[in-house]
Design a protein around this ligand. Structure first.
Ligand code: NAP
Length: 494
């Protein structure tokens, strides 16, 4: 069966390039053939999105809230089909699919609730003072306006929540921006099934054609054509640093540059102070082993490096951690390419001078395994080798044993921007410590006595840190504040 592109309210499959998705657990190809979009189809979707922008941005916030809620209802009604396809294409289990599905629904309804607030579209009103001296003051009303058609690139590891109708799409639609999805080739069918429901709802609500389009693509070309298209006004990207940077550069080279909100990879350092080990060493070991290995470590917030001070407590912690870690089971990763890259990157780390394999998890009998691994080095080596400071996407973490807390601080002064920074401690007033301030400078979210995986969807969430974890640390990709990425202010003065 051929799967077409969804361009506005039409299906289209003009291209000659087709591709298939795979079940990563069995290595079996699925039968559906996805027809990759052509340049002409990219143009059609951009033209329709541009035409839809004016009427869609003029809909009331309540109308857009209705749209988002109706999408959530439609997803709920098709939940078992969607979860089935999700599991078959990603190898992620049903429990994980359920959590991600619920999160996707919550994101849609959170934006709907935000838009339902009275006068949401008005940011500030400054009343006129006609009698002010020496000059009268005019009335100023600052409105929120969507920036225009947005292209969304989803990541391989979140087929629901960071993809077709995930956080970026929900935020852009809430802002009044039409959306074109560059579907992720690893979960193209899940994406297509979700997209069909969005199109159905848009049609039923008589929204302008082009408010949502969905393009199939197996390589970079379609995404690059979309980023370069003059009618596109912004990009939401979730993926690797390499991909995000490439897209950002492309957007900057346009004759009219556009913003790229790229949420990328991160090492997510975890500092475990001796005071924490004295209090609950074994609990910390259990929490971290799970955080590194769950869903095969395929989270942008997975802890990638753990910093400890050389001591008797650390020796005890490492023994317990080893025992717990060895019981962690390997799972299929979301795609053979991701599994291969993971295995190569983990090996590359372990092959560095003065780095050694500390221990491994239990190997199971499915395809495309991400075998949980811990490697070990010291502070000096970590500090001097940039390769050790980069994300390994999968169930791997590097243990960095330092001389003292001062060495940990020195090393972490030199790392680049992070999504998260975790600090296990049992200090009186950690928020007055240098390490805490350093964490605030380096990351978007600082976690005290907890693990970084499990990103709460909340208005108080900051998901996005200094470059290269994100392209613009002033914005979040999670929570209702993420709508700010797709809005601009317009003041009406009278
Ligand atoms: P990826 O390889 O960067 O792919 C993401 C999307 O971007 C895909 O659709 C990909 O197309 C496209 N792409 C990548 N490079 C491109 C280029 N040069 N030109 C045009 N398109 C390009 O990432 P992934 O493997 O799907 O996801 C894993 C990564 O995402 C990890 O690094 C993880 O940490 C990160 N992530 C970050 C967050 C966050 O919120 N910060 C959340 C989830 C995941 P193709 O597939 O066709 O190559």
């Amino acid at each position: 069966m051929n799967i077409p592109n969804l361009i506005g309210y039409h299906t289209s499959s003009e291209g000659t390039i087709t591709f298939q998705t795979i079940n990563p657990i069995t290595d079996q190809l699925h039968l559906e053939l996805f027809v990759e979009a052509t340049q002409a189809e990219v143009d059609q979707s951009a033209n329709l999105a541009n035409a839809a922008y004016r009427p869609f941005s003029r809909t009331s916030p309540m109308e857009r809230a209705r749209f988002l809620k109706a999408i959530a209802t439609e997803l709920e009604q098709n939940k078992s089909l969607l979860i089935n396809t999700y599991c078959g294409e990603s190898g992620l289990n049903e429990q994980r699919a359920e959590v991600e599905f619920a999160r996707t629904i919550f994101q849609l309804t959170s934006f709907a609730d935000l838009l339902s607030q009275d006068l949401w579209e008005v940011k500030h009103i400054d009343l006129a003072e006609p009698n002010r001296t020496p000059t009268p003051k005019p009335q100023l009303t600052k409105y929120r306006l969507g920036i225009g058609p947005i292209v969304v690139f989803g990541a391989s590891n979140f087929p629901f929540a960071y993809s077709t109708v995930g956080g970026d799409t929900a935020a852009a639609l809430a802002a009044g921006c039409p959306v074109i999805i560059k579907s992720h080739p690893f979960h193209a069918h899940t994406s297509y099934q979700v997209a069909k429901l969005v199109v159905k709802v848009a049609k039923e609500l008589n929204l302008p054609e082009g408010v949502f389009s969905h393009l199939n693509a197996s390589g970079y070309e379609v995404g690059q054509q979309l980023v370069q298209h003059p009618l596109i006004q912004g990009i939401g990207f979730t993926g690797s640093i390499k991909g995000g940077v490439a897209i950002q550069q492309l957007a900057q080279q346009r004759s009219v540059p556009i913003p790229v909100f790229a949420e990328m990879g991160s090492l997510n350092p975890v500092v475990i102070l001796p005071s924490a080990l004295k209090k609950e060493s074994d609990i910390i070991a259990s929490k971290l082993a799970l955080s590194i290995t769950q869903s095969s470590g395929q989270f942008c917030t997975k802890p990638g490096a753990l910093f400890l001070v050389k001591s008797a407590e650390t020796t005890h912690f490492l023994e317990t951690f080893k025992t717990i870690f060895e019981k962690q089971v390997s799972y299929s990763m979301v795609h053979p390419t991701i599994a291969r890259t993971y295995t190569q990157r983990a090996k590359q780390v372990i092959d560095q001078a003065n780095v050694q394999l500390f221990t491994e998890g239990t190997v199971t009998n499915t395809c495309n395994l991400g075998i949980p691994q811990l490697s070990l080095t010291n502070g000096q080596i970590f500090d001097s080798n940039k390769l050790l400071q980069e994300e390994v996407f999968g169930p791997h973490a590097l243990l960095v044993i330092c001389k003292d807390q001062q060495e940990i601080e020195q090393i972490l002064e030199n790392i680049h921007g992070q999504l998260t920074f975790s600090l296990f401690h049992n200090e009186e007033n950690i928020e007055a410590h240098n390490l805490f301030f350093l964490a605030l400078e380096k990351a978007g979210r600082v976690i005290l006595n907890g693990v970084p995986t499990g990103v709460e969807v909340s208005p108080a969430m900051q998901h996005g840190g200094p470059f290269p974890s994100s392209s613009d640390s002033r914005f979040t990709a999670v929570g209702t504040d993420s709508i700010e990425r797709f809005l601009r202010g317009v003041t009406v003065q009278k």
